[in-house]
Design a protein around this ligand. Structure first.
Ligand SMILES: Cc1cc2nc3c(=O)[nH]c(=O)nc-3n(C[C@H](O)[C@H](O)[C@H](O)COP(=O)(O)O)c2cc1C
Length: 205
């Protein structure tokens, strides 16, 4: 029987109050995004992008588009995590490094491109679902990566998506899915809230 080791997920909370004096350099931000992109995605589409909102002026602007939620400004960085539609069009290139490394063969690459094109082309709902799935997985990976390195995080869905796209020049195929705040918590945050009992959400079949 496999034994479970301790989890960092139990000491993650949605941080509402950040220490505004704590900063992160661009090397650390890049490393967090590198780790976030270890998330899986359908056909290895990797249909995500991360906008690191880092300067004081940009964080203030994003806070204003997030209904004044101050954590967006006070965190060291707030990421706009987006999922992208039309990603199947770039799939061959995105799989090429795995072909070149001998991880998958060219026939598998072609099969996946054909399957993704067949299911995604003209299917706006599936493209959107896939964009949101991928961005959500990347969001959680980003949160775990930050937590593993002793950083505090929060996640926000409360923002004006259309205005964020415009203000931060997201590409036309981008859907901003979540904001992720990363920094150092200040005093006064809630502890992790109580979860529904496992027996209520788990069933064995
Ligand atoms: C999709 C999504 C949207 C959320 N939007 C916001 C938000 O706009 N503002 C906020 O303060 N928290 C937001 N949260 C955080 C939730 O309120 C939080 O995860 C929940 O209360 C559980 O708290 P805990 O993770 O600290 O235990 C959001 C979480 C998710 C997953």
């Amino acid at each position: 029987m496999i034994e479970l080791s301790p989890s960092i997920l139990e000491n993650r909370v949605t941080t509402g109050r950040f220490d505004p004096s704590a900063t992160l350099d661009s090397t650390s931000i890049r490393e967090l995004v590198r780790l976030a992109t270890q998330a899986p995605s359908a056909f290895h589409l990797q249909n995500w992008s991360f906008t690191a909102v880092h300067s004081d002026a940009a964080k203030q602007q994003l806070m204003d588009l997030s209904y004044g939620q101050r954590q967006v400004r006070d965190a060291a960085v707030t990421f706009i995590v987006a999922g992208h539609v039309c990603a199947y069009e770039s799939l061959a290139e995105r799989l090429q490094p795995s072909v070149d490394s001998g991880i998958i063969d060219a026939a598998t690459q072609q099969t996946w491109v054909d399957m993704a094109t067949g299911s995604h082309e003209g299917n706006v709902a599936l493209q959107r679902d896939e964009a949101i799935r991928s961005a959500s997985l990347a969001t959680m990976s980003l949160i775990v990566a930050a937590r593993e390195r002793g950083l505090d995080t929060g996640v926000l869905g409360g923002f004006d998506a259309a205005a964020v796209c415009k203000a931060f020049a997201l590409s036309a195929d981008a859907i901003p899915v979540m904001l992720v705040t990363v920094g150092r918590a200040a005093a006064g945050n809630w502890p992790q809230k109580i979860r529904r009992p496992v027996d209520e959400v788990l069933r064995f079949v």
